[in-house]
Design a protein around this ligand. Structure first.
Ligand SMILES: *Cc1c(COP(=O)(O)O)cnc(C)c1O
Length: 235
């Protein structure tokens, strides 16, 4: 079932769109099944589950952290994580910087670099419960800080967004466009003056099981899909 789901989804993804298989709340055996079907990038959202699965599963898996991350939990994922999608405060960036330095040796061994890749999460949905920066806050953050000086062990790869939990494709489109426009504004403004290029700040992570076809139409190049691959989750 998992391999058929993966094949069906992959067939619809244009070249250049990366698939993150969101495996949160699913057991390691299901990830292993997706792995056997060729999937190598998995997304998790809780640090304890993340650590357990890293320990149990093949070492060539690329692990992404996609859920809300508390500062005091960064240390548990820092040695293993390829990309953190969910940076939603300045404080969290400071903590990622600190833990990247602390686990420098492990990361150089595993990844060939001690920098931790991150995406900045934009709050575009209507729900207040979702976290993330506003476009204005992000502009200010990057106008007031030079990334290479304040967070030299952080590699800023792009933006992440989550659309509203409503069944309204036009609303999703509007929210996805906000993410795309914010990237462009950052590239034309503070990132330009910091010499952070389009190629470097290239990731647009939005689109989930329900909305990913629309997300791709609106310019997503990284989709995070769980239910459509693994089925419903038992929380
Ligand atoms: C759970 C989750 C997903 C996947 O959602 P599905 O609807 O199961 O595809 C994607 N992104 C984030 C941040 C999530 O927490």
């Amino acid at each position: 079932m998992i391999s058929e789901n993966l094949a069906r989804i992959r067939a619809t993804l244009p070249k250049g769109v990366t698939l993150v298989a969101v495996s949160k709340f699913h057991p390691a055996e299901m990830i292993a099944e997706a792995y056997r079907a060729g999937q190598r990038i998995f997304g998790e959202s809780r640090e304890n589950e993340f650590r357990q699965k890293v320990a149990e599963l093949p070492s060539d898996i690329e692990w992404h952290f996609i859920g809300h991350l508390q500062s005091n939990k960064v240390k548990y994922i820092a040695p293993y994580v390829s990309l953190i999608h969910s940076i939603d405060t300045e404080k969290l960036l400071d903590e990622v910087e600190k833990q990247a330095i602390r686990f420098s040796e492990e990361r150089i061994k595993r990844f060939g670099s001690d920098q931790i890749g991150v995406l900045l999460q934009l709050h575009v949905a209507q729900e207040e419960t979702k976290s993330g920066f506003s476009p204005k806050e992000l502009l200010e953050l990057l106008e007031n800080n030079r990334v290479a000086e304040r967070w030299p062990h952080v590699r800023l790869r792009g933006l992440m967004g989550m659309a509203s939990f409503v069944n309204d494709p036009e609303q999703w489109r509007k929210e996805f466009r906000t993410v795309v426009k914010c990237r462009q504004d950052l590239l034309n403004g503070p990132l330009l003056s910091q010499n952070i290029t389009e190629e470097e700040f290239s990731v647009l992570s939005f689109g989930m099981s329900e909305d990913y076809p629309i997300a791709i139409e609106e310019g997503s190049n990284m989709v995070r899909i769980g239910t459509a691959i693994f089925g419903p989750r038992n929380y």
